[in-house]
Design a protein around this ligand. Structure first.
Ligand code: APR
Length: 319
C-alpha cells in the first residue's frame, strides 16, 4: 500500500522534527525541501536510516527541487528566517513574506490538490501570503498556532493542578502572538471548567505564561526558537487531515464573517478532515472575550496592512 505524501518545506528545527514525527508514526512518505543544498538531503538520509530500527516503511527524501514534491497531499511550510539581533519586525515580515510567497507558489503549482499548513511566523500574516500565492480555497490553507498555544496552556494547567495532561482540554483563539485569546471558560480538567478549579489570579498567571510561551523558550535557548512543541502540533494537524479524523482543533483560518470577522486569518476552532477545514465551529463568546478576540483580529489586520505597505515600498524602490 502506498503512503500519502507530505512535503515539508524548510529543513530546519521545526521542519526536520515534523518530518521525523510523521515518518516515525508511519503516517506518510515525507519530502523535505530547503534552499540550502545538502541540508534536506542529509537530514532525510539520516531519518531514513533510522527507519529499520524504528520499524516504519515511510520514505523520507530530501531535495532542493520542487518537481520532487509533485502530487503531495499536504504541504507544511516552515521555511523562513528567525528574527536576528538588530533585525526589525518589519524586516522579518517582509523577508518571510517573500520566502513564503516563493515556496508556496512553486509547491502549489505541482500539488494543486494539496492542503497547506503554514507554520512560519508571523503566522497569521504568512497565512495570507500562502492563500494568495497558492490560489487555493480557504479550506486548504490553514495556520498552525492554536494547537501549540493550547498545548502550552494545557501543560501549565496540568502542572498547576498535578493532573495528567491527558485530562486537560484548552482553547486558545485569536492571533498567534501577544494578543492571543486563551479561553479559561472553555478549558477543562476532567470535564470541569478551569474557572471552577482555580482562583482568577492563578488562571491569569497561567494565561500570561501561555501568551509568553514562545518567548520563554527563546529566552532559555538564546539561539533559535521552540521546535518540539511546534512540530508535535503540526503533526497532530497532518494526522487529523490524512486520517480524516473530523477533529476539532484551534487553527488559523480565513474567516468569512464567523466570529464577526471577514477576510482575515484568525485562530478559531475548526473541524479538520481529509478535505482540510470542514467547518468553522462557532462558540459563544462573552463581551470581554469578543473584545479580546476583536483586538487580536485588529493586530492581524495591522500586520497584513503593513505587509502590503512594505511590498509597495519595495516595488517603488525597484522602479
Ligand atoms: N526556501 C526553502 N527553505 C528556506 C528558504 C527558502 N526560500 N529560506 C529559508 N529556508 C530554510 C532555511 O534554510 C532553514 O533551514 O528554512 C529553514 C528554517 O529553519 P530554522 O532556521 O531552523 O527555523 P525553525 O526553528 O525551524 O523555525 C521555522 O517556524 O515556528 C516558526 O518562528 C518559526 O518562522 C519560524 C519557522
Amino acid at each position: 500500500m502506498s503512503h500519502p505524501k507530505v512535503t515539508v518545506i524548510g529543513a530546519g528545527n521545526v521542519g526536520a522534527t515534523t518530518a521525523q514525527r510523521i515518518a516515525e508514526a508511519g503516517l506518510a512518505d515525507v519530502v523535505l525541501v530547503d534552499i540550502v543544498e545538502g541540508l534536506p538531503q542529509g537530514k532525510a538520509l539520516d531519518l531514513a536510516e533510522a527507519a529499520p530500527v524504528l520499524g516504519h516503511d515511510c520514505r523520507v527524501t530530501g531535495t532542493n527541487d520542487y518537481a520532487d514534491t509533485a502530487g503531495s497531499d499536504v504541504i507544511v511550510v516552515t521555511s523562513g528566517l528567525a528574527r536576528q539581533p538588530g533585525m526589525s519586525r518589519d524586516d522579518l515580515l517582509a523577508k518571510n513574506a517573500g520566502i513564503v510567497r516563493a515556496v508556496v507558489s512553486q509547491a502549489a503549482a505541482v500539488s494543486p490538490d494539496a492542503i497547506i499548513i503554514v507554520v512560519t511566523n508571523p503566522l497569521d500574516a504568512m497565512c495570507h501570503v500562502a492563500l494568495e500565492a497558492s490560489g487555493f480555497p480557504r479550506e486548504r490553507v490553514i495556520g498552525m498556532a492554536g494547537v501549540l498555544d493550547s498545548a502550552r496552556f494545557r501543560s501549565f494547567i496540568a502542572e498547576e493542578l498535578g493532573v495528567s495532561v491527558t485530562n486537560t482540554h484548552a482553547f486558545v483563539l485569536g492571533g498567534h502572538g501577544d494578543t492571543m485569546v486563551p479561553l479559561p471558560r472553555y478549558s477543562t480538567v476532567g470535564g470541569v471548567p478551569l474557572t471552577e478549579l482555580l482562583p482568577a489570579e492563578r488562571i491569569e498567571a497561567l494565561v500570561d505564561r501561555t501568551r509568553n510561551g514562545g518567548a520563554e523558550v527563546v529566552a532559555l535557548l538564546k539561539t533559535g526558537s521552540a521546535f518540539y512543541a511546534p512540530a508535535a502540533s503540526t503533526y497532530q494537524m497532518v494526522d487529523a487531515i490524512l486520517n480524516d479524523r473530523h477533529m476539532i482543533l484551534p487553527c488559523a483560518v480565513h474567516l468569512q464573517g464567523e466570529f464577526g470577522v471577514a477576510g482575515l486569518f484568525v485562530g478559531v476552532p475548526v473541524r479538520l478532515g481529509r478535505s482540510g477545514v470542514e467547518q468553522v465551529v462557532t462558540i459563544e463568546l462573552t463581551a470581554d472575550e469578543q473584545t479580546a478576540f476583536d483586538a487580536s483580529a485588529a493586530a492581524v489586520q495591522g500586520l497584513v496592512t503593513r505587509m502590503a505597505e512594505l511590498a509597495a515600498e519595495a516595488a517603488a524602490a525597484k522602479g
